[in-house]
Design a protein around this ligand. Structure first.
Ligand code: HSE
Length: 322
């Protein structure tokens, strides 16, 4: 039995609770793991929720939340203030932190990794599959499968919301309506400017560059451009050139120097990145020994992100650059 304290009961935290409630028995049959939720941190205990959670588990107090004797703290509140305090306190108390928070990792990933390493003997560990790629297991790929393979370049569609907007616009929709639909579906950030302006994708490519190249994501400059101001006109122009417009995040290492960017790019229709539809993400990892590996799947939304949290809950932590 693994006990959990879950911070956040919105799109992602709610989806994880739903997944555990509906599939807990099947998960135990398949993996031998059983999870019990001891405490859930929320802004407002009285707020109606789409997922059923016993009222007694809810708290608005960070202190009470952290006092729960949980083996693992799952952070799904986003932002970098309360989340950072929670993350530091969790690791310093020798517990495992599983987070979906890419902004937090870009802001202080190495410091959190160092804290986890310092308290590893007590059980501290840091895992964040859900922070990049939604349900696409790109973090594990870089932390484990491709560690030591000499990764040279990563290219990806890493933001589901902007990809959803571009896909809908390709189908004739209006960009503002498509953004509203992405917000309703739970793809967008609380402040959707982070999606549209490319900041969310910049956070994610910085985290991937940290894993792949060992660069400090807090210092890595990422040249960041968001969606064009008029996506409808931009998509139309792309089409007249026989191209597909996607918001592409890229990081490349050359002779010890890492360059990273996020920008709208015209792609050949045969490019794997051009195949990302709706909220999907696609990541192509090029390495010396394994060549190019493409990962493609649902990159945003409650259930995709909850599946990545569950992946972390089911597996032991792998090393991360401190
Ligand atoms: N807002 C993010 C996106 C959520 O659209 O990709 C998943 O990280």
């Amino acid at each position: 039995m693994t006990t959990l304290a879950i911070a956040g009961c919105g799109t992602v935290g709610g989806a994880l609770l739903d997944l555990l409630a509906r599939h807990g028995d099947a998960i135990e049959r398949r993996t031998g793991h059983r999870f019990e939720v001891l405490r859930i941190l929320v802004h407002d205990v009285a707020r109606p929720r789409s997922v059923h959670v016993p009222r007694a588990l809810l708290t608005e107090s960070v202190t009470e939340f952290l006092a729960a004797p949980a083996d693992v703290v799952v952070e799904a509140i986003g932002g970098t203030s309360t989340a950072a305090a929670l993350a530091r306190a969790t690791l310093a108390s020798g517990r495992r932190l599983v987070t979906a928070n890419k902004a937090l990792l870009r802001a202080e990933g190495p410091a959190l990794a160092a804290l986890a390493a310092a308290h590893a003997a007590d059980g501290a560990a840091l895992d964040f599959e859900a922070a990049v790629g939604g349900g696409v297991p790109v973090v594990r790929a870089l932390r484990e499968s491709l560690a030591g393979h000499g990764v040279r370049r990563i290219r990806g569609v890493l933001n589901g919301t902007t990809n959803y907007i571009l896909s809908r616009v390709e189908d004739g929709a209006d960009a503002a309506a498509a953004l509203r639909a992405a917000q309703r579906a739970g793809f967008a950030e609380a402040d959707p400017t982070r999606d549209v302006a490319g900041i969310d994708a910049a956070d994610k490519i910085a985290v991937l560059a940290w894993l792949a190249f060992g660069v400090d994501p807090t210092r890595l400059p990422v040249r960041t451009l968001g969606l064009p101001p008029d996506p409808v006109a931009a998509v139309r122009r792309a089409r007249t050139q026989g191209a597909v417009l996607r918001l592409v995040a890229e990081a490349e290492e050359h002779e010890g120097v890492v360059r990273a960017s996020v920008a709208p790019v015209l792609l050949d229709a045969a490019d794997p990145l051009a195949r990302a539809r709706d909220e999907e993400n696609v990541v192509v990892i090029e390495s010396e020994s394994a060549g190019a590996i493409t990962l493609h799947g649902r990159g945003a939304g409650g259930s995709a992100t909850a599946s990545a949290l569950l992946a972390d809950l089911l597996r032991a932590s792998a090393p991360v650059p401190a």
